[in-house]
Design a protein around this ligand. Structure first.
Ligand code: SF4
Length: 369
């Protein structure tokens, strides 16, 4: 018997970023960040389109100077994803980015904090009708004097102080992120803030490193938080191509059953008993399904795959039939052939060289039902 945990999500206030809603019962949105120089419009548009094709639903760009802020206008003409402008140090860039049509602004309370500066930015956000992400990172917390607090306590205290000042300006269209650079700091900070307010939470661990370490760190921290119902949108930060961030974020959501973007392929790790080149078979099937079936999520966050199926590919008869039986479609490989299962029932033997085409054919049949 398998156990299906029911995740009860924290009820967060709903915030709209371009065409995408987060909070409430809206699906957890996948975010990433372009790694191009924003002022290079062609490069940035091209990367954003690739991110969208991979399943990104909200994209952020760095705004380092006026040319980046002005470029937002041109970039927006060529993309359909909601665009977030990431602002540090210079509040005037936030105003310029808003005027250029950004769908959300991210401010860092660690480097834009003066009352008069905040007042101007909030007034521009109100006029444009767009939200603000109050985005804190453990590397840039400030303003807590000599108070002896842990890093998560500092992140939360600093965030709440900042938000109180924004609320005094009667602005509530807020998203929060409190990214620690360790798994435990991140978990602790988000758990604390989740109890203190109703604003939607953008989850992430900061500065995680290269893909393997970064994806694991993010999966552990975000997986624990998401399993507790905390989080409304997420970005997996990786020192890598941003497409990998999107794929990792989607895999985290799928593994918890919080979103379904396509078919789920399960396969055994293989061992000395394996009767087939399973790694190649799984990769071939994944490639075929990615090309044919798993078009990116649409802007209203509904995946376009018609029906998500569980497909099991198992290397031999030890665990093969058992796992294959629990899937919608499964193959337990033996010498020279595989036994095809559908909905737990053995159907027929298929030749190994033909197995990808056979599985795809079976998927189509299931989808037509
Ligand atoms: S299913 Fe068979 S080949 Fe795969 S890991 Fe288990 S024993 Fe090894």
């Amino acid at each position: 018997m398998t156990v299906n945990m029911k995740i009860i999500r924290r009820k967060a206030r709903v915030v709209k970023i371009g065409k995408v809603y987060i909070g409430g019962n809206y699906p957890l949105a996948v975010q990433s960040m372009a790694k191009t120089r924003t002022a290079d419009v062609a490069d940035t548009v091209s990367q954003i389109k690739s991110l969208q094709a991979a399943g990104c639903e909200i994209v952020r760009v760095a705004v380092k100077d006026a040319s980046d802020a002005l470029a937002i206008k041109k970039i927006k003409q060529d993309i359909s994803l909601p665009l977030v402008a990431d602002i540090h140090f210079n509040w005037r860039l936030a105003i310029k980015a808003i005027e250029s049509g950004a769908d959300k602004i991210r401010l860092n309370p660690g480097n834009i904090y003066k009352d008069n500066e905040l007042k101007f930015v909030i007034s521009a956000l109100k006029d444009a009708g767009i939200p603000l992400r109050v985005g804190l990172n453990s590397g840039s917390v400030r303003g807590l004097g000599s108070r002896k607090l842990s890093m998560p306590q500092k992140l939360v205290r600093s965030c709440l102080d900042y938000i109180k000042r924004i609320e005094k300006l009667k602005f509530y269209d807020i998203v929060i992120s409190l990214k620690g650079s360790t798994v435990w700091d991140t978990i602790d900070a988000y758990r604390r803030i989740a109890k203190e307010c109703e604003y939607p939470l953008h989850l992430g661990v900061t500065a995680t490193g290269l893909p393997r370490q970064g994806a694991i760190k993010s999966s552990v921290a975000l997986g624990i938080l998401l399993s507790e119902g905390i989080g409304d949108t997420l970005r997996v930060s990786l020192t890598d191509d941003p497409l990998q961030e999107v794929l990792a974020a989607r895999a985290i959501l799928e593994s918890l059953g919080l979103r379904h973007f396509g078919h789920e392929i399960i396969s055994c790790p293989t061992c000395g008993r394996c009767e087939v080149d399973l790694i190649r078979v799984v990769k071939d099937l994944e490639d075929k399904l990615t090309t044919n079936d798993q078009r990116p999520a649409t802007s209203d966050q509904r995946p376009t795959t018609k029906k998500s199926l569980k497909i099991a590919l198992m290397g031999c008869v030890v665990n093969g039939p058992g796992e294959a039986k629990q899937a919608d479609i499964g193959i337990a490989f033996g010498r020279g052939s595989g036994l095809l299962f559908k909905k737990g029932k053995p159907v027929r033997k298929i030749a190994i060289h033909n197995c990808i085409d056979e599985i795809v054919r079976e998927i189509r049949k299931e989808q037509r039902r």
